[in-house]
Design a protein around this ligand. Structure first.
Ligand code: TXA
Ligand code: MG
Length: 334
């Protein structure tokens, strides 16, 4: 199979929406653009389609998927929203925020998507893909459209390079505006809100909206994001973090205007002006470019790792990317 890449405009072409719904109804997979990263989508109520996601990605089945919704009404058919959850959804959806809430009693999502948990991860994505979910009338389960443990795709051609052989359709809406996966917050009645994964929405903004601090480590193991594997988001090249200098056999992933001297294989500056949103947008695509150029080693300059900012999410991804993906996967300790 070689995936066909089709442009998803805003608003999308009616014929294309229908064609995508036909693929999904048949239990097949479609790569979809969102504002964070590209996702590998299937009908969240169809167990066989979900099994295909795990198979194509090489993803462990205990790692649950995010269900993407088009409206608050659809979200509340799947999960139970306490007032804080509704407040965050109203403030930030559509947007780069995933809410982990208790599953609704009649939730139609197949247990493969939730890995048998009593909670469900929900997100309303930005961009034209919402029109597809709305026409399909059912939630779409979608992990990032990469091989398990590898770089998340922020452009349609990244998806084609990793998964083009295994799926039939990739929808292209251009480069992702945010470039990092959604921030994941767990909200269960009577417990503090927990930051399960830093991401494209800064924790500071969420705390401000909630009016209470986020807890950063889960007090019990049951609601830790099971997919927070230590090694993840890994390029083929080996990363050297917090680099103050660069060697001649390394590429430089820079940040800011004061670059180290020296001969390098290649240079990519995440943001010459030191802007964290710009760095987030560029992170995965620059790593993918350096991989495509066949670079073996990348020196990564320090990026401010201030809790609550996008720097927290960028450094989270870099630390995981620096670990050897061939080591056995272990749950993250954070
Ligand atoms: O921006 C994003 O979130 C992208 C786009 C495509 O929406 N998706 C994405 O999915 O990053 P994925 O599968 O790569 O990451 C989903 C994370 C995993 O770490 C998984 O363990 C966690 O969400 N998760 C899903 N359901 C959960 C649940 N019920 N409880 C805790 N964590 C959950
Ligand atoms: Mg992922």
């Amino acid at each position: 199979m070689t995936a066909e890449i089709k442009t998803l405009a805003e608003p999308p072409d009616a014929g294309l929406i229908e064609a995508v719904c036909t693929v999904l109804r048949a239990g097949n997979l479609v790569a979809i653009p969102t504002e964070t990263v590209y996702g590998l989508a299937a009908d969240a109520t169809n167990g066989e389609a979900l099994a295909r996601i795990f198979q194509v990605k090489g993803r462990p089945r205990f790692n649950p998927l995010i269900c993407h919704v088009e409206s608050q009404t659809m979200a509340e058919r799947l999960g139970r929203f306490e007032p804080r959850a509704r407040q965050l959804a109203e403030r930030f959806w559509p947007g780069p925020l995933t809410l982990v809430v208790p599953k609704a009693a009649e939730c139609p999502v197949h247990p493969l998507a939730t890995a048998g948990l009593e909670t469900i991860a929900l997100r309303m994505p930005g961009g034209p893909v919402r029109r597809i979910i709305s026409a399909f009338g059912k939630p779409l389960a979608a992990p990032s459209a990469n091989l398990s443990g590898r770089l998340s795709p922020t452009r349609a051609d990244h998806v084609a390079a990793q998964l083009g052989h295994a799926i039939e359709l990739i929808l292209d809406a251009g480069p992702c505006e945010v470039g990092l996966e959604s921030t994941i917050i767990a909200l269960e009645p009577g417990r503090p809100a927990i930051l399960l994964r830093p991401g494209g929405l800064s924790a500071d903004e969420i705390e401000t909206a909630l009016g209470e601090p986020l807890e950063r480590s889960a007090p019990d193991a049951a609601i830790v994001a099971p997919g927070m594997m230590a090694s993840h988001y890994a390029p083929k090249a080996k990363l050297r973090l917090q680099a103050e200098d660069v060697q001649s056999d390394e590429a430089l992933l820079a940040f800011g205007s004061a670059l180290p001297e020296g001969k390098t294989m290649a240079v990519r500056n995440l943001s010459a002006s030191g802007d964290l949103s710009e760095a987030a947008v560029n992170l995965f695509s620059f790593l993918a470019e350096l991989d495509a150029e066949g670079v073996d080693k990348i020196a990564v300059m320090p990026i401010p790792d201030t809790a609550g900012t996008l720097g927290e999410a960028i450094n989270d991804r870099l630390r995981r990317a620096a670990l050897d993906p061939d080591l056995p996967e272990a749950p993250d300790a954070r």
